[in-house]
Design a protein around this ligand. Structure first.
Ligand code: 0A1
Ligand code: ZN
Length: 885
């Protein structure tokens, strides 16, 4: 609970909104007609709403509206209506008719001054919108809540020369010329939707077009719009869209429901992308790509996010959320769907490893800190703060667990029933749960706490073999830790996928409770403790527990180092093969970090790593997997595993550097040979080439830890001769922590070549900001003043400031200079864009995790920020929760 009032913050005390207070809307809106008159100053918006009072209506209707919106007039059934009260959050209309009526509202807004990038704003001179979660109230007065669903017709009028392209949701039903060089279009969206899915774009844009024939034979026109000079960079996004449309038909039987699907790329965007009905708006970094300007990781992100937004057409748009507490209903489900799509398009095992790494580093940390919240939060001050890794990524894990428990077919049955029951409705996570349970006749009641409890369950698994009885017994325990506001927790159903690997390295056939259960079985573990005994186990196995990371828990086992080395070599489950190696590395690193500073390498780990690298020579080697398996746990992941009040980022950095350097020294010949064997003559974007590229670049990354001038020279050579951005960035990254001329030269040349391309410049800013070279803060401050930076552009802030926060050495400098710098930036940003500022201030949320001098320095900065006059609600919520937890 937030109790503290910010000192002279927003005019009202920030108000916490609770799930338990949900009430249905007082009126439904049967139809909405919008008319935008876009101007360089003073854009007017007229809405005509067919309003229907709900039974028991009191004749009052509350419409949300931001203080920046000028109200020009209200009419009811054509007559001026002046019986209303305006507050800081909106308008209460009074004495309204008790039968359906027509409400008309006219407002004036100033999109050209909108730096928050919510509502209607300008990006690169073009108009665009962002209405999720609560941006529509910056455009006009409306019931800005997802359970108010209506059909929209939108008329847009603007100067024709400046804004030849005028887009909104649905189908184009009219267009024409107007006096004074102006023109108009009219769009009609036949599907009901909440206003957060409304979109408008007006600009001077280029476009590529393609077609998709749906499963029932309908032709859909697909268009991607962008600034004209970027039009040659849209092909990959288009291919990704077509693949997504096909996949959703094949996997879930879901067919696109309009004749037109548009994507627009804009440079100024707070988040990744937005699923507005038939008019997706994207951050340009998630659309534009050529091999020369984008990395393999960018290509993968584009494929995944294009799919994500497209998949929202059903999971989010056709079936939407009743209220924002249900956000995971659409986001968890849609992330699960995009993860599955990407797994089908690429290497499934490697995709899962990447997703779990992200979950562990970012979400586990959030779940253990002051911002911990269930995937269905109970309260919020600013909804924007709840677009979190918990709602998205943990939410996706919760959806994945249904699939693990019910099987692929059972999951599909649940999805079918969900759409059958709820198409066109605004519903809750309870409705999704009911569809999954009912479609399968399953009792999943002990699964429900995943929605209401925050915190990552801690599961222990102890296995023991009885050679006489030929049984293998697995004892499991679980504890869900306390989180702010939730002191008592109950056990929750964790599907634990288990296999037993025999001495020959093969999976054993399992018998449990007298039944044959195949080679992997899913234990439905929903008690504080449970024991499972496998019978007929002829030889001592090594258990492979939590295969494919079947539940989002922190697992501790009694596996020995030998067991882990064995699993690394033999487990049939790709995830657990990787996980065995990571467990070895984590144990070593945590020992070094907690030790006396006398670093010593574990020879078994060097041997295991040598074997992993040697695997690359096998004929069908999965090189992308090998590259992943070579990666040492990140500083963030290690920090999350250390006790509260103990984290010293300098020590983590030292220990990681020691391990990387020792491995690089001992395995130098293997690394160099693998690097050479996987260096292609020419760029290609085939999966095998991408895999080889990632392996080669991982080797270069290791080698860069050697203090050897020849390596720096070789890396620079590779940088200079690279024919694609993946290799260029990998080489630049390998130089970025090195005090050498090659680094200075490479960064300067990169700037010369790419300074006209803002997306590439973001990479340049990010790599420099993340550098762990001592005193790099001066460089970051200089970059902030330079031409490549613009504090109003979120991507640039995320790259430079976000990148800086990722530097163990400089953000966490012992003198507190990094913390002071971040606070200065947050205070400045807060006046421009509260959403971006609150994302940046989140680097401070886990201040209690750090050793006393750093934690008190961070705390002091949080207090300084809290004292700022007129602090945004976004930042206020994060700062006050961090300080009070
Ligand atoms: N629904 C989008 C994410 C999104 C959320 C909020 C935004 O502005 C505050 C923008 C986009 C998605 O999941 O892709
Ligand atoms: Zn989404």
């Amino acid at each position: 609970m937030t109790t503290q009032t910010p000192q002279e913050t927003t005019k009202d005390v920030p108000k916490e909104i609770f799930l338990r207070d949900y009430k249905p809307p007082s009126h439904s809106f049967a139809k909405v007609e919008l008319a935008f008159d876009l101007r360089e100053q003073g854009t007017t918006v007229r809405s005509i709403i067919s309003a229907v009072p709900a039974s028991g209506s009191t004749g009052e209707l509350f419409l949300h509206g931001d203080e920046s919106v000028k109200l020009d007039g209200v009419t009811v059934n054509g007559s001026a209506h002046e019986r209303y009260e305006r507050g800081s959050k909106g308008l209460t209309l009074k004495d309204l008719p008790n039968e359906p009526f027509e409400l008309s509202i006219t407002t004036t807004i100033e999109p050209q001054e909108n730096t928050a990038l919510e509502g209607l704003y300008k990006s690169s001179g073009n108009f665009c919108t962002q209405c999720e979660a609560e941006g529509f109230r910056r455009i006009t007065f409306y019931q800005d809540r997802p359970d108010c669903m209506s059909t929209f017709t939108t008329r847009i009028e603007a100067d024709k020369a400046k804004y030849p392209v005028l887009l909104s949701n649905g189908n184009l039903i009219d267009s024409g010329e107007l006096e004074g060089g102006r023109h108009f279009t009219v769009w009609e969206d036949p599907w009901v939707k909440p206003c957060y899915l409304f979109a408008l774009v007006a600009g001077n844009l280029g476009m590529i077009e393609d077609k998709f024939k749906t499963m029932s034979g309908k032709d859909v026109t697909l268009r991607i719009f962008t600034e004209k000079h970027n039009i040659d960079k849209c092909a990959h996004a288009m291919t990704s869209l077509i693949k997504s449309m096909k996949w959703d038909e094949e996997t879930f039987g879901l067919e696109y429901d309009l004749d037109l699907f548009n994507i627009v790329a804009v440079d100024d965007f707070n988040m990744g992308a937005m699923e507005n009905k038939s008019l997706n708006i994207f951050n340009s970094r998630l659309v534009l790509a050529t091999p020369q300007s984008a990395t393999d990781a960018d290509y993968a992100a584009i494929e995944g996010v294009v799919a994500h937004e497209y998949f929202h057409n059903y999971t989010g748009n056709r079936v939407t959320c009743r209220d924002w507490f249900q956000l995971s209903l659409k986001e968890g489900l849609t992330v699960y769907r995009d993860q599955e799509f990407s797994a089908d398009m690429n290497s499934r095992g490697v995709k899962r490893i990447g997703d779990v790494s992200r979950l562990r580093t970012a979400q586990f940390a959030q779940d253990a800190g002051p911002m911990a919240h269930p995937i269905r939060p109970e309260s919020y001050i600013k909804m924007d703060n709840f677009y979190t890794v918990t709602v998205y990524e943990k939410g996706a894990e919760v959806v994945r667990m249904y699939e693990t428990l019910l099987g692929k077919d059972g999951f599909r049955k649940g999805m079918d029933l969900y759409f059958q029951r709820h198409d066109g409705q605004a519903v809750t996570t309870e409705d999704f749960f009911a569809a999954m349970s009912d479609a399968n006749g399953a009792d999943l009641s002990t699964f429900k706490p995943w929605y209401s409890q925050a915190g990552t369950p801690r599961v222990t698994a102890n296995g023991s073999y009885d050679a006489d009885a030929k049984t293998f017994t697995l004892s499991l325990t679980q504890v869900v830790p306390k989180t702010p506001g939730q002191d008592t927790k109950i056990p929750v159903m964790c599907p634990v996928a288990v296999g037993l690997v025999g001495p020959d390295g093969k999976d054993m056939e399992l018998t449990l409770d007298g039944k044959s259960v195949g080679t992997t079985t899913v234990l439905r573990f929903d008690k504080a403790e449970a024991t499972y005994t496998f019978t007929g186990v002829e030889a001592k196995p090594v258990p492979s527990i939590l295969r494919n990371f079947s539940a989002p828990v922190r697992l501790t086992t009694n596996l020995t180092q030998d067991d882990l080395v064995f699993l690394m070599a033999n487990d049939s489950d790709a995830f657990n093969r990787w996980e065995a190696g990571q467990t070895l590395l984590r144990t070593l690193l945590l020992d070094l970090i907690k030790g006396d500073g006398q670093y010593k390498m574990d020879a078994a780990i060097t041997t295991a790593m040598r074997a992993i690298i040697a695997g690359a020579k096998e004929p069908n080697a999965d090189k992308a997997f090998i590259a992943r398996a070579m990666m040492v746990p990140s500083a963030g992941e290690l920090s999350d595993m250390l006790d509260e009040g103990t984290v010293d980022p300098a020590k983590i950095h030292e220990a990681r550097t020691f391990v990387m350097k020792t491995l690089a020294t001992e395995l130098r010949a293997d690394l160099e040979a693998t690097m050479k064997a996987n260096s292609a003559e020419k760029y290609s974007n085939e999966p095998a080439d991408r895999a080889a590229r990632s392996l080669k670049n991982t080797c270069i990354g290791y080698l860069s830890y050697l203090d050897d001038a020849a390596i720096a020279a070789m890396t620079y050579e590779r940088f200079a001769s690279a024919d694609n951005m993946t290799d260029k960035i990998a080489a630049l990254n390998s130089l970025s922590d090195k005090e050498c001329d090659e680094r200075i030269k490479a960064f300067a040349e990169f700037y010369e070549e790419w300074n006209k391309d803002p997306l590439v410049m973001n990479k340049w800013l990010g790599l420099q900001a993340m550098s762990n070279l001592p005193n790099n803060i001066a460089n970051v401050k200089a970059l902030m003043e330079g031409p490549a930076f613009d504090i109003k552009n979120p991507n640039k802030v995320y790259s430079l400031i976000g990148g800086f926060c990722a530097s163990s050495v400089n953000f966490h400098a012992a003198d507190g200079s990094g913390y002071e710098f971040l606070a200065d930036v947050v205070i400045k940003l807060d006046d421009l864009n509260g959403q971006v500022a609150s994302r940046m201030v989140s680097a401070f949320t886990r201040w209690k995790k750090y050793e006393p001098s750093r934690s008190s320095a961070m705390r002091a900065q949080l207090e300084r920020i809290r004292a700022k006059k007129g602090l945004s609600e976004n930042v206020f919520e994060i700062v006050s929760k961090s300080l009070e937890a």
